[in-house]
Each structure stands twice: as structure tokens, then as C-alpha cells.
Design a protein around this ligand. Structure first.
Ligand SMILES: [Zn+2]
Length: 414
């Protein structure tokens, strides 16, 4: 990391800003480590660490040793210094988490949503849930520092709006960031929900040893988040990672986007449900028919149930969906050369066999052009992946923009 990471902070705040960002990324760390990595003198580091400690934004952790000259401790961001709300708006559900500044989840809930309703009713539902969370008596003294929301569409990150979302009427350029900022009086960030998940895994899920990472969310739709050198890669227009609409050879299934043979039309949760319904109507699966008669619906969950109870047609659907997804990821791996591929989203509920179909598909395409340590693994955070990722993105932005420093430094000057 350089001395300066793009802050808007004035020159005199540069050192404190750089030190805080180092503590965010690498913490808990010692003052000597900060000197070494930042290039600042011991006195500059010591002075600024004292300011950060006095502000309450940073705390000391553990005593490494103590002698007559004093004690040596590590510094880290103070989790109790404030609250962050992380939101993952998915195609069928919305997860909201209230976290502290160390991304520890204090409250979490998940509710179904119907994106066809347009933004206003969905935001009303989100306000209601956030308002309830931030009025919890246990956190009444903590300040809400920021909100980050992931949307199931491409996003204009600078403007904080969705762009051309395929199945979200009314959301194109709807000023969701401005509206949330005005309501809650704190900085708000809007990104694609898979981008945030990728950042969450990078920041917390993989011990940060993987600087180049591909996260694939396989749920109702399919999308990817790309981390290059530790940063989200969004592409020129915010469409990067839209792998669900890559066309697969030999397939003619009509995709909701209007094209034929898109990955999403073959291997997503909705494609799996559609295939399963065909098996019911053509008599291919007796068990699935019985399940359907009982529950009245067929989703990936019913397909898993039938497969787990020995239904070969359903097992075959899961195998094919995993394999074809893996094969496409394998081709991307040859191009991108990530150190790890992480699979998240509702379809991971199919269990370890689904992940092994994906892994086999990836390796069938990418061998031998991958390094020996390359891995395909499941998301660490399950259905909290989007919330954790949003919170990590929010903290990163609050620190690197200098916004959080302005809040805390003004407190010690008072
Ligand atoms: Zn498509």
C-alpha cells in the first residue's frame, strides 16, 4: 500500500488517514509494523496513533510484552465505535444486518420481496426493518455511521443507482442512495450485490491471502463478483461479472433477457425449477409430482428434497446445472487466473455434491492452466454473505474517503 490511498482529506490529515487505513486493512497491528509499512517516523506514528486512540475509533488489543519502558500492544478498529447497516436485495428476498464497526452482526433478518412492485414499496419495507433495528435499546448509544446496499443488477457506483436492471421495474437510475442518505443522515453506498459478497469473502472469509478472487452467486439468477488486487473490479459501465448472460453452445433455452442459451436460462434456480416442472408434466419424476401435489410449488428446494430421496431425474438436473456452471467458470479462470473461486447463493443449499460438480466442471476446462494451490470453495458466510460484504464495503469507503475520520476527529476537538 502507498502512503496515500485516494483520500480527500487535507494534507495535514494524510498521515493519520494512511495509518487508519493500514489498521483497517491489516489490523490488529503494532506501531512498528505501521512504521515499516507506511514509511512514517516513529514519532509521527506514535502521535497519530494516540490521536486515533483518543478519538475512540481505534483500540488497543492485548499486551504483547511489558517492560520498564512501557507496554507494547496491537491496534485495531474499535468495533463499538459505531454501527453499519448492510443490505442485500436479492431477486426474491432481502437480507438486512445491523453490524458494529468490526462487521460483527448484532441483528439480522431476511424477508421475501417482490421486485415487480417497484422501488417505493420495497424501500418502505426496508425503512421499517432498519428503524426497528436501530431503535434496539442495547445499541441506543451507538451512532449509525453508514449504510451499504447491494442490488441484483448492474449499478452506477458513482451515482448510487441501478442501471438497466432486467427485472426491476422503476429502478433504472432511481436515486436510491440519495433517498437513503437523506433519510438516515449518513453516507450510503450502492453496489451490485455479488460485488459486495466478493469483497466480504476477500476481506474476512479467506484470511486475505487471495488478492485475485472470483465469487459466483448461483441463486434465482447467476452473477459474478471480481476482486483484482484486493479491489472490486466493476468494469467500464458497471456490468462486469454479468456471466449469467453468456450464451452456452448447443443450448436454445430462451432467457428472460431475450437471448437464447444464456447460462442463467440453463443453470440458475429458476431454470432448475422450470426443468423440474417439465419432468412432472412428462412423467419423468413420480416423487416430484407427489411433492408438487403436497406443496403446490416447485423450487430448487423441492428438487433437492426429491434428489435426496433417491429421485434420479432430480439428481441429474442438479448434476447438469453444477457441471455447466463449472465449465463456464473454468473458461473464465483461464482468462482471469484467480487464486480462488468462491461459490455462494441459494443453490449451494444443494450440498457438497453440487459444489463437487462445479469443481469438476471448472477443472475440466481450466487444467493445466491453474496454479497447484487453486481452490473452488463454498462461501464462508452463507445467507449473510451479502450483508457482511456490504458492511465491509461501507467501512472501506468510510475510511478511504476520510468521512469516518472527520466524524471522530471533530469529536475529540469538541
Ligand atoms: Zn440472458
Amino acid at each position: 500500500m502507498g502512503k496515500h490511498s485516494g483520500s480527500e482529506a487535507p494534507e495535514e490529515l494524510l498521515a493519520i488517514h494512511t495509518i487508519l487505513d493500514l489498521i483497517r486493512v491489516e489490523g490488529p497491528i503494532t506501531r512498528s509494523f505501521i512504521c515499516e509499512r507506511s514509511g512514517y517516523s516513529r514519532s509521527t506514528v506514535s502521535l497519530n496513533c494516540d490521536k486515533l486512540l483518543a478519538s475512540g475509533l481505534v483500540v488497543e488489543e492485548g499486551i504483547i510484552y511489558r517492560n520498564e519502558k512501557g507496554k507494547r500492544t496491537k491496534l485495531k478498529i474499535n468495533g463499538n465505535a459505531g454501527l453499519i447497516i448492510g443490505i442485500e436485495l436479492g431477486a426474491t428476498s432481502c437480507e438486512i444486518g445491523l453490524c458494529d464497526l468490526s462487521a460483527k452482526i448484532l441483528d439480522f433478518n431476511s424477508s421475501p420481496v417482490d421486485l415487480s412492485q417497484g422501488p417505493d414499496p420495497i424501500l418502505a419495507q426496508i425503512y421499517h426493518r432498519i428503524d426497528k433495528m436501530i431503535s434496539l435499546p442495547s445499541i441506543s448509544k451507538m451512532k449509525l455511521l453508514g449504510i451499504c446496499m447491494g442490488l441484483p443488477s448492474s449499478v452506477d457506483y458513482q451515482r448510487g443507482t441501478a442501471i438497466y436492471p432486467a427485472f426491476m421495474p422503476g429502478w433504472h437510475q432511481y436515486p436510491v442512495r440519495e433517498i437513503l442518505q437523506a433519510r438516515y443522515g449518513c453516507p450510503v453506498f450502492i453496489d451490485n450485490e455479488v460485488n459486495t459478497m466478493a469483497l466480504g469473502e476477500y476481506s474476512l472469509g479467506t484470511e486475505r491471502k487471495y488478492k485475485n478472487l472470483l465469487f459466483v452467486k448461483a441463486g434465482t439468477g447467476i452473477g459474478a463478483g471480481i476482486i483484482v488486487n484486493g479491489e472490486i473490479y466493476r468494469g467500464q459501465t458497471g456490468f462486469a461479472g454479468n456471466i449469467g448472460h453468456i450464451q452456452m453452445e448447443g443450448h436454445n433455452e430462451i432467457c428472460q433477457c431475450g437471448k437464447k442459451g444464456c447460462l442463467e436460462a440453463i443453470a440458475s434456480g429458476s431454470a432448475i425449477a422450470r426443468r423440474a416442472k417439465q419432468f412432472i408434466s412428462n412423467g419423468g419424476s413420480q416423487l416430484l409430482r407427489e411433492v408438487y401435489e403436497k406443496t403446490g410449488e416447485i423450487t430448487a428446494r423441492e428438487v433437492k428434497y426429491a434428489a435426496d430421496h433417491g429421485d434420479t431425474a432430480c439428481s441429474q438436473i442438479i448434476r447438469e446445472a453444477g457441471t455447466i456452471l463449472g465449465e463456464l467458470i473454468g473458461r473464465i479462470v483461464i482468462f482471469f487466473d484467480p487464486s480462488i473461486v468462491i461459490i455462494g447463493g441459494g443453490l449451494t443449499g444443494f450440498g457438497p455434491s453440487y459444489l463437487s460438480f462445479i469443481r469438476d466442471g471448472v477443472l475440466s476446462q481450466s487444467k493445466p492452466w491453474i496454479n497447484p494451490d487453486f481452490e473452488v470453495k463454498e462461501s464462508t458466510f452463507g445467507n449473510k454473505s451479502g450483508v457482511i460484504g456490504s458492511v465491509m464495503l461501507c467501512i472501506k469507503e468510510l475510511v478511504s474517503s476520510g468521512a469516518i475520520l472527520r466524524v471522530f476527529m471533530s469529536q475529540i476537538q469538541k
